[in-house]
Design a protein around this ligand. Structure first.
Ligand SMILES: NC(=O)c1ccc[n+]([C@@H]2O[C@H](COP(=O)([O-])OP(=O)(O)OC[C@H]3O[C@@H](n4cnc5c(N)ncnc54)[C@H](O)[C@@H]3O)[C@@H](O)[C@H]2O)c1
Ligand SMILES: [Zn+2]
Ligand SMILES: [Zn+2]
Length: 360
């Protein structure tokens, strides 16, 4: 099959032939229909985060089950599925307390050491990225990495639920638990931030302030539900948000992966407010807060994949889309082929797209 491989980091992807094995016990083979480009892939391509190489990148996808391994009863060939990197063991402390996104025993979802690799070329193993490797014509994954969805759902838009929607909307619903009427600021309105904005709209937030340095993103944010916008390239974004929200917001979100934007998001809070950091801040970077701010009970927390229970959450997001309440059509700025994957990441860096989706 054709797949996009990261050979060296920093580096670009190289589209080439990679072999995929037959599904073993507990595994499913998925014919990839679509895969979205998320900034997290780019962080690994830019060596801001480490991953074993060579690896087939990509982690936001949807497709159709082609074959299942021994013991798999959850899905059958022909079923439509969304993949999720939050594959769960089902038996660790985190899984058993409803926090499968923090599962601490994912090794049991991998093949045993010494077994044939899931992905290979010329007889040598190619690493699977985040237990998925979505930039490929087929995915061979553990059954705990997929959720079955309605065949009515278009698969190119379903792919976006695999990371961006679940991360952004989930950060609002599940990590921060924003309540109706609350004030919200969203710093960074790319694929993730726009989903935070629409999550806040669906949750009934009263005021939703979108912050970005790109005018087009701010316009899109208004379409997704932002009540106010702040162009961070024009002066002090913290002061602007504090003024718009009469002294600070109850919930702020960082969706960039930047030290300074995280510090800004924290300073946008009113007393008692909560800052939720979604962006992947580069390894080795420390963030600085003004200690006395904690006396006013300001809080800061991380959010991993929207604190999801994806087999419950993703079908709900599908329903919200099919009812017209979750915007996904507007999120797809470009549909591209696998061969254009590097151009897709260039467009992300240039800020000209919300999401590019590879259609197979
Ligand atoms: N925590 C998780 O589970 C999780 C999951 C998925 C993605 N992420 C991370 O979320 C972050 C965002 O991902 P994305 O795919 O939306 O990226 P993106 O590139 O699509 O969007 C980033 C946005 O930030 C804006 N921006 C850049 N610098 C800014 C600044 N100084 N002030 C205001 N806005 C600024 C850009 O214009 C762009 O609109 C990344 O770090 C990604 O790795 C985290
Ligand atoms: Zn992602
Ligand atoms: Zn677990």
């Amino acid at each position: 099959m054709r797949a996009a491989v990261l050979e060296t980091s920093p580096g670009a992807l190289v589209v080439q032939d990679v072999s995929v094995d037959a599904p073993g016990p507990g595994e499913v083979l998925v014919r990839t229909a679509a895969a979205g480009l998320c900034h997290s892939d780019l962080h690994f391509m830019e060596a801001l985060y480490p991953t074993p190489l060579p690896a087939v990148l990509g982690h936001e996808s949807a497709g159709v089950i082609e074959a299942v391994g021994e013991g798999v009863t959850y899905v059958a060939p022909g079923d439509h599925v969304i993949t999720c990197l939050s594959a769960y063991c089902g038996g660790c402390d985190f899984c058993l307390t409803g926090r499968l996104y923090l599962c601490s025993n994912r090794a049991v979802l991998e093949r045993a050491p010494g077994a044939a690799p899931r992905l290979s070329r010329g007889g040598e193993a190619v690493n699977q990225f985040m237990r998925l490797s979505s930039f490929a014509e087929q995915l061979l994954v553990h059954e705990h990495a997929v959720v079955k969805i309605s065949p009515d759902m278009p698969l190119d838009r379903a792919a976006l639920i695999g990371c961006g929607v679940t991360t952004g909307v989930g950060a609002v619903f599940r990590t921060a638990r924003v309540e109706p009427g609350a004030t919200v600021a969203v710093v960074g309105c790319g694929g993730i931030g726009l989903n935070v904005v629409q999550g806040a709209r669906i949750a009934g937030a009263g005021r939703i302030v979108a912050v970005d340095v790109n005018r087009d993103k701010l316009e899109l944010a208004q379409e997704f539900g932002a009540t106010d916008v702040v162009d961070a390239s024009q002066g002090d974004a913290v002061a602007a948000v504090r003024e718009l929200s009469s002294g600070g917001v109850e919930y702020s979100f960082e969706a960039i992966g930047s030290k300074s934007a995280t510090e800004q998001a924290f300073r946008m809070l009113r007393s008692g407010g909560t800052c939720t950091v979604i962006g992947m801040i580069p390894v080795g970077t420390h963030i600085e807060l003004h200690g006395p701010d904690l006396l006013s009970e300001k809080k800061i927390q991380g959010s991993n994949m929207g604190s999801n229970r994806f087999r419950v959450d993703m079908p709900r997001y599908v329903d919200l889309y099919l009812q017209g309440r979750l915007k996904l059509d507007e999120l797809v700025s470009a549909r591209i082929g696998l061969d254009q994957v590097n151009e897709g990441f260039q467009a992300m860096k240039a800020g000209s797209v919300a999401r590019s989706v590879i259609v197979f």
